[in-house]
Design a protein around this ligand. Structure first.
Ligand code: CA
Length: 235
């Protein structure tokens, strides 16, 4: 695979290049935002490791420009910031995952592997839940036959819910799927994305089970028949 490393700090950039090349990838590097933006526009990368604090053009702007011109390679952002609001800003700009500095190189490599694997898994399936239809290969969602526009994170979240429709997914399960190695600290972020996704779907599609998690249901089907049976009085 061909990976672009964007980091302005020379020592860290050298470590990243060495580690990623050591994992068997071809690595290109950029030390500022303008160079990074240019390389991303003209070369085809399988994934990018992108620092946010960069000279000439900041990482978020680089990412927004790539996404605006249709470059959809997986991007892992590096940030010194740790608040969930700022993670949301990075993800809104089109990042697929984030890692806060300082990080262990092993963790970065694990997340990179997961991003690359996920990109190749995006190859296959179609799912349906009532009026909602999702195609992972085309990255397309239809509701009652009408196309629905989702961000890449909303799409991944919906894919997880569709694949296990009718089942409860905990926030940490969803977080693990969205961010490899994700943990409870990301649950506010998950809440934000579930809230946004819910607004775009037919009312009643995503149920919240307090203290448990979320469940995707067919909003046209009414209360689940099996559940009525399960809680039949006197049984
Ligand atoms: Ca930096």
């Amino acid at each position: 695979m061909r990976i672009l490393v964007v980091e302005d700090e020379p020592a860290l950039r050298a470590q990243l290049v060495q580690a990623i090349a050591g994992a068997g990838h071809a690595v290109d590097q950029a030390a500022d935002g303008q160079q990074a933006h240019y390389l991303g526009e003209v070369e085809a990368f399988d994934a990018v490791v992108l620092d946010l604090g960069l000279p000439l053009l900041d990482g978020l702007s680089v990412l927004r420009r790539w996404r605006a011109s249709g470059h959809n390679m997986p991007v892992l952002i590096l940030t010194a910031r740790s608040s969930w609001q700022e993670k949301v800003a990075g993800i809104d700009a089109g990042a697929d995952d984030y890692l806060a500095k300082p990080f262990h190189m092993e963790e970065l490599l694990a997340r990179l592997r997961a991003l690359l694997r996920r990109a190749s898994e995006h190859a296959s399936a179609q799912w349906q839940c009532g009026p909602i239809w999702l195609d992972t290969r085309q990255a397309r969602v239809l509701v009652d036959g009408q196309p629905l526009t989702l961000t890449s994170h909303e799409f991944m979240l919906l894919t997880q819910l569709m694949q296990r429709k009718g089942q409860v997914l905990t926030r940490s399960e969803l977080s693990e799927h969205l961010y490899p190695g994700g943990s409870e600290r990301d649950s506010n972020t998950i809440e934000v994305f579930v809230g946004r996704l819910r607004k775009k779907l037919p009312a009643g599609s995503i149920e919240t089970l307090r203290g448990l998690g979320y469940r995707l249901v067919d909003p046209d089907a009414g209360p689940a028949a099996d559940e009525r049976q399960a809680f039949k009085p006197g049984s």
